[in-house]
Design a binder for this molecule. Sequence first.
Ligand code: ATP
Ligand code: MG
Length: 457
Amino acid sequence: MITKLLRKVFRRDKPAAGPVAPPGPAVIAVEQHGVVREKITPGARHVCDKLQAAGFKAYVVGGAVRDLIAGLEPKDFDVATDATPEQVVQQFRRARMIGRRFRIVHVMQGRETIEVSTFRASNDAETDEHGRILRDNVFGSQAEDASRRDFTVNALYYDPGTQTILDYHHGVADLQQKTLRMIGEPRRRYREDPIRMLRAVRLGTKLGLTLDSEARAPIREMAELLENVPPARLFDEMLKLLTCGDAWRCVRYLREEGLHHGLLPLLDVILEQPLGERFVMLALERTDRRVREGKTISPGFLFATLLWHEVLANWEARRARDEASIPALLEAMNEVLDMQAEKLAISKRIASDIREIWVLQARFDMRSGKRPYRLLEQPRFRAGLDFLELRAESGEVQAELADWWRDFADADGPGRESMLIADSAPKKRRRRRRKAGSEQDEAPAAVAEPESGLPSA
Ligand code: ATP
Ligand code: MG
């Protein structure tokens, strides 16, 4: 009994759950955390200096501090302050307030944009029936600001002036011990915002941290709460996860934790098929490579790959029922995108990118006459060809097809002409096919060509 009480009193390693802020932060010197001020971008340093000179508190906060301690390059620098958004705006020549629900300030310094937010508290009163926080728009103390953050490693405040870190929840120690620990009671924090489960997967993978057992245990049973999250927000978080440079490992982690059902409901099915799994793996590895090389990632391409095998299966099933090839492909595309939209909103623009890439796949089968030339003119040709190469690599189509297109695109005029494949399809049949798919330019004729690299139904 007494030992229990003593343990309770002296237990320092876990912050109190709920809105009660723990006493004071630990002040961690540069010798311990190793982040020298030169690691902070000039813009972020300037913002902190200027606010501090005007008598406010100002710290670099969140992911940037965490990443720097972990030896990674931060994506962006955020600053937290006790100045109100109005007061922040007054300090800078190029600054504007954004956000309606909670106003934050974007300060432009040279080519940098620094996001400056005022310390805030979470407001328990405004939750939906599942406990999900609807608003977190009340200003608060710095300690409250630390407590509303998700993981201990994300609640670190770096002062470029003194090079010290204010650590409210033992985040530096957790980071050094490679632990991802939730601030407060994990169940309650997931209920407040189910997105935190996805953040746990992404940050754990990206930083090589092990999710603390208390934070891990409830995920499986709480995964379904993701259904209450607005689809647009889910999409943003999924995109972050898929473009973090470790997408393949993240997706496997999502599956292990049973988190993928509500996100990419189709992923389960796709990964069950050996060809599908290989395709998704290759696609995600390609994305990871590009992210690491600092190249751009097209969300359309990414989602086109994740959903492709579902489209393929649907398309094949329709063709087996004797549906005409192109209308069948278009129907399959619609059905898959509609099903996906219920869970995770894919914006119209991205959905149209996805469609373009898919439709191009059908057109790659046409290698005679003028059609290959017209295909080269398509704005999405390169993306379509990359996609075709993935299909070839995964064994879905013959490598020869992708090689042919790569050579064709690189060849000069006479070279191209010599590559064209004689068109042997009888004219009558071709005309009929063209009519069947007349809504979708001339792509239709392509899909049913005998040379199609697609597996037959
Ligand atoms: P990255 O920028 O690498 O994606 P991050 O942790 O910086 O990771 P941001 O979305 O930039 O992620 O958020 C900045 C900070 O805001 C986080 O470090 C964390 O302190 C806090 N935060 C973000 N999302 C949440 C959330 N869902 N719940 C609680 N705190 C959050
Ligand atoms: Mg960030």
